[in-house]
Design a protein around this ligand. Structure first.
Ligand code: NAD
Length: 498
């Protein structure tokens, strides 16, 4: 059986204690065993990162950037290897996995610009002979705790920026799909990253709690579900760390009567069923305005859902793969039943999906479509995180906006319309962090920043882009005067320079 260990101080180490099964979701078979780090093992990784910090922080930004540039080239060359590792443990299709890697790679491309974005500010002669400069310095050891649904992209939202800024890093990936983290660590080493600058500890709550408690961990970046995000934020802040914790989502797409229906339906297919709905930016609620729009939307969606190819991720013909675990499969099936019991109409039922031959043990579900969903129902309130699209009909635009505002989550949203006034008002007024206009999954490019609002985030800073730079650095301002022959008398009032 394949053993998946940690990557500490430049080498792979096997775990010394607890372990967990890793599954191939397409077959349902156990494919590997992943080590679950103890607090002591986490301590060894943090010590390696702490030991490497001073020299890495003192390395000129251009040299740090060159290593990341080589890392970037290795990712390009090994895209298929990374994507295969993702598909075999996560279940998403191979092409989707490549897309994920590419979105992570964008952040590496951004991080290569570190010499530019780390430039400071300088003000000359703020008083006679007095200059001020402001610079951003690294924090020290930073930790990243990441979810199963983007095992390459979400870590890459974090560590390229952290490393470019001169920090060292300890990544705690999801125990469901841990292999890709070790590939990334190996590529960083091959690119010339000094040992100890980037480390991986595999694990679960025990490893997370050890990172949150460790005094040498200065900052914690987290992406995952809201209850854990809230816990990470509260615990990390109580331990006086800088914390950014991104949580769950329930993303609505408003479809106005004037929308290009074919465009909207195609967008919904990808946004609701792509990656089997296991995306924090998936659209899980369609909000057509007016019954005629809703009926037209459903009529346009039905043949597309019927044609959706569900199968193993490594089969290039598959458009949707299995869910990540048996528990996820059971949960999604239960939600469809719960929606039905609560009064929603099950227009397409993804339960009892027949898996392709040879994959009967896989964690497959078919796509589901529910109509008549209201905000009293659990299928609207809860994040299902599966291929279940709810249609919540609104009678007018204001009702659609009210529905979105009623939800505790506010990660992403979209509006489909040809009406510029309505689109502008929507993007201006909606209380959601990331907005798409005729764009279903508005994940910002790497040089902008990613983050939701409300219970989708517990943080002062969003991720990557300049928000990432602000998170992974602290500001220092130096005010300097040089003796030029002028000597001031002692001054006992508040110094004023102007
Ligand atoms: P999760 O919250 O179960 O796990 C995330 C991480 O936290 C993992 O590394 C896990 O090992 C660790 N963890 C789990 N339970 C813990 C506990 N009790 N104490 C400490 N650590 C714990 O999330 P998941 O199921 O891996 O990922 C899916 C969730 O992530 C969804 O809710 C999704 O919306 C969210 N997500 C959000 C974003 C975003 O940007 N907002 C992006 C991707 C995923």
């Amino acid at each position: 059986m394949k053993q998946i260990g940690h990557f500490i101080a430049g080498g792979v180490t096997t775990g010394s204690g607890r372990a967990s099964d890793v599954f191939n979701p397409a077959t349902g078979e156990v494919s590997a065993s992943v080590a679950l780090a103890s607090a002591e093992e986490v301590g060894v990784a943090v010590a390696a990162a702490q030991g490497a910090f001073r020299d890495w922080a003192d390395t000129p930004p251009i040299r740090r950037a060159r290593i990341l540039d080589t890392f970037k080239s290795l990712i390009w060359q090994r895209m298929d290897q990374l994507a295969e590792a993702i598909t075999l443990e996560h279940g998403k299709t191979f092409e989707d996995a490549k897309g994920e890697v590419l979105r992570g790679l964008e952040v590496v491309e951004f991080a290569v610009g570190a010499p530019n974005f780390l430039k400071g500010e300088f003000s000359e002669n703020v008083g006679r002979g007095v200059d001020v400069r402001s610079i951003r310095q690294p924090l020290g050891v930073c930790a990243g705790i990441t979810p199963f649904n983007f095992p390459a992209m979400v870590p890459m939202w974090m560590f390229p920026v952290a490393l470019a800024c001169g920090n060292t890093f300890v990544l705690k990936p999801s125990e469901r799909d841990p292999s890709v983290s070790l590939l990334l660590a190996a590529y960083l080493k091959e690119a010339g990253l000094p040992d100890g600058v980037f480390n991986v500890v595999q694990g679960d709550k025990e490893a997370v709690d050890a990172l949150l408690a460790h005094p040498d961990v200065r900052a914690v970046s987290f992406v995952g579900s809201t209850p854990i995000a809230r816990y990470i934020h509260q615990t990390g802040c109580a331990n006086e760390k800088r914390v950014q914790a991104l949580g769950g989502a329930k993303n609505h797409m408003v479809i106005l009567p004037d929308a290009d229906m074919e465009m909207a339906a195609n967008a919904l297919m990808g946004a609701a069923y792509g990656s089997a709905g296991e995306r924090c930016m998936a659209i899980s609620v369609a909000v057509p305005v007016g019954d005629a729009t809703a009926d037209k939307l459903i009529d346009t969606l039905l043949p597309k859902i019927d044609a959706l190819k569900v199968g193993p991720g490594m089969d290039l013909a598959s458009e949707m793969g299995p869910l990540v675990t048996k528990a996820a499969q059971d949960r999604v099936n239960q939600y469809v039943g719960r929606g039905e019991a609560e009064g929603a109409k099950v227009v397409v039922d993804g339960r009892n999906f027949t898996a392709p031959q040879g994959y009967e043990g896989g964690f497959f579900v078919g796509p589901s479509l529910l109509d008549g969903v209201t905000k009293e129902m659990s299928v609207w309130k809860d994040e299902i995180f599966g291929p279940v699209l709810s249609v919540a009909r609104a009678q007018n635009y204001a009702e659609a906006v009210d529905l979105i505002h009623a939800h505790e989550y506010a990660n992403g949203t979209a509006i489909f319309t040809r009406d510029g006034d309505a689109a502008r008002a929507f993007s201006q007024d909606i209380e959601v962090g990331m907005v798409g206009v005729n764009v279903p999954i508005p994940v910002p490019v790497a040089y902008h920043s990613f983050g939701g609002w409300k219970a989708s985030i517990f943080a002062e800073h969003h991720m990557h882009g300049m928000e990432g730079v602000r998170f992974y650095t602290r500001l220092k301002t130096t005010t300097a005067r040089w003796p030029t022959g002028q000597r001031d008398d002692p001054q006992f009032t508040m110094p004023t320079l102007g």
